[in-house]
Design a protein around this ligand. Structure first.
Ligand code: COA
Ligand code: NAP
Length: 273
C-alpha cells in the first residue's frame, strides 16, 4: 500500500483490531504515521497485532477486553488514553461475531451473543470513548455490514445488530456534533481472505458465486477498507458526518440479496448432506 494519507502523530484506536479488516485498518494507519492501539478478547491476538504494528514502525499498544462487558471496556479505554497522553483522534469500532443460522435453528443465547457483541458492544465502546475523543476534531468510524439494510437469510442476528449499529452512528452524529466529533459507518462488501467471508461462503464454489455477484468483478481487500477509513478520518472530510458508506464495488446496489439467497440454499444443502 503506498502512503497516500498523513496521520503523523495522530492517535488511533481500533477496537476489534487484531485480525481481518480491522487489523488491515490499523496497519494502514500505522503506515500513514499514526500511533496505533488495538483491542480484542484474546491476549495472544492482541500481542501478535502489536508486534505487527511495531514491525511497520508504529508506536503501538494493545489491550485485551470483551466489548460485551462495559466495565472492562471502560478500563481498557483508560489504559489506551494513558498510552496516548489523553486524546484519541480516530476511533474505529469493529468488533463483531457471525455464523450462518436460520432463526429456527438459533437459540436465545445464539442471537444474544451477536447482539451483545455487535450492538451492545458498540454502545459500550461509544460511551467509554467520549471522554477521550478530541473535541473538536475526532473522527469515529463504526464498521457495519450490508446486512444492516439488506435482509439476508441465515443472518437475522447480524441484520438486526448492524442495523442498530448504523442507527447509533446516525444518532451520535447529532448528539456529538456540538463537540466537533464526526461519526460515520463503513459498510464493507465481501472482503477476500477474512473470517467473515470464510464463515458466510465456506467453499470455493460459494466464494466464486460471491465474486461473480460484485459489479466490479472482484472481492474487496482490507486495504480498500483502510483507505475508506482514512478518507473519512482525514481533514478533507471535515464536513462528513452521519454517513453510512458502502465500500463494496457496487455489491449492495445489485446482487447482494440474490447471492445471499443462493448462499443460504447452498448452506442448507451442505447441512442436509
Ligand atoms: N449456529 C447456531 N448457533 C451457534 C453457532 C452456529 N453456527 N455458533 C454458535 N452458536 C451459538 C452457540 O451454540 C451458543 O448458544 P447455546 O449456548 O444456546 O448453545 C451461542 O451461539 C454462543 O456461542 P459461544 O461459542 O458460547 O459464544 P462465544 O461468546 O464464545 O462466541 C460467537 C461468539 C458465537 C459469535 C463466535 O463465533 C465468535 O467468537 N466470533 C468472532 C469471530 C467472528 O465471528 N468473525 C466474523 C466477524 S463478521
Ligand atoms: P474478524 O477477523 O473475525 O475480526 C473480528 C475482530 O473482532 C477480531 O479482532 C476479534 O478478536 C474481535 N472480537 C470479536 N468478538 C469480540 C468481543 N466480544 N470483544 C472484543 N473483540 C472481539 O472478522 P472480519 O471478517 O475481518 O470482520 C471485521 C468487521 O468487518 C466486522 O465488524 C464485520 O461485521 C465487518 N464486515 C466484514 C465483512 C467481510 O467480508 N469479512 C463484510 C462486511 C462487514 P478476538 O477473537 O480476539 O476477540
Amino acid at each position: 500500500m503506498s502512503a497516500k494519507f498523513d496521520f503523523s502523530g495522530k492517535n488511533i484506536f481500533v477496537v476489534g483490531g487484531t485480525s481481518g479488516i480491522n487489523l488491515g485498518i490499523a496497519c494502514g494507519f500505522a503506515r500513514w504515521g499514526a500511533n496505533v492501539a488495538v483491542a480484542s478478547r484474546k491476549q495472544e491476538k492482541v500481542d501478535n497485532a502489536v508486534s505487527k504494528l511495531k514491525g511497520l514502525g508504529a508506536n503501538a499498544f494493545g489491550v485485551a477486553f470483551d466489548v460485551r462487558h462495559a466495565e472492562d471496556v471502560e478500563s481498557g479505554f483508560a489504559k489506551v488514553a494513558d498510552f496516548f497522553n489523553g486524546t484519541i483522534d480516530v476511533l474505529i469500532s469493529g468488533a463483531a461475531g457471525n455464523f450462518p443460522s436460520r432463526v429456527n435453528d438459533m437459540s436465545v443465547n445464539a442471537i444474544r451473543s451477536v447482539l451483545e457483541i455487535d450492538l451492545l458492544g458498540t454502545f459500550h465502546v461509544m460511551k467509554a470513548s467520549h471522554a477521550y475523543l478530541k473535541k473538536p476534531g475526532a473522527s469515529v468510524v463504526n464498521i457495519s455490514a450490508p446486512q444492516a439494510f439488506l435482509p439476508m437469510s441465515h443472518q437475522a442476528h447480524v441484520c438486526s445488530a448492524k442495523a442498530g449499529v448504523d442507527m447509533i452512528t446516525r444518532t451520535l452524529s447529532m448528539e456529538w456534533g456540538s463537540d466537533g466529533i464526526r461519526i460515520n459507518s463503513i459498510v464493507p462488501g465481501p472482503i477476500a481472505g477474512t473470517e467473515g467471508m470464510d464463515r458466510l461462503a465456506p467453499t470455493p464454489a460459494l466464494q466464486e458465486a460471491v465474486t461473480r455477484s460484485v459489479p466490479l468483478g472482484r472481492q474487496g481487500s482490507v486495504d480498500d477498507i483502510a483507505n475508506a477509513a482514512a478518507m473519512l478520518s482525514s481533514e478533507q472530510s471535515s464536513y462528513i458526518s452521519g454517513v453510512i458508506l458502502p465500500v463494496d464495488g457496487g455489491w449492495s446496489q445489485s446482487g447482494a440479496t440474490d447471492v445471499m439467497t443462493k448462499l443460504s440454499n447452498m448452506l442448507d444443502n451442505m447441512k442436509a448432506k
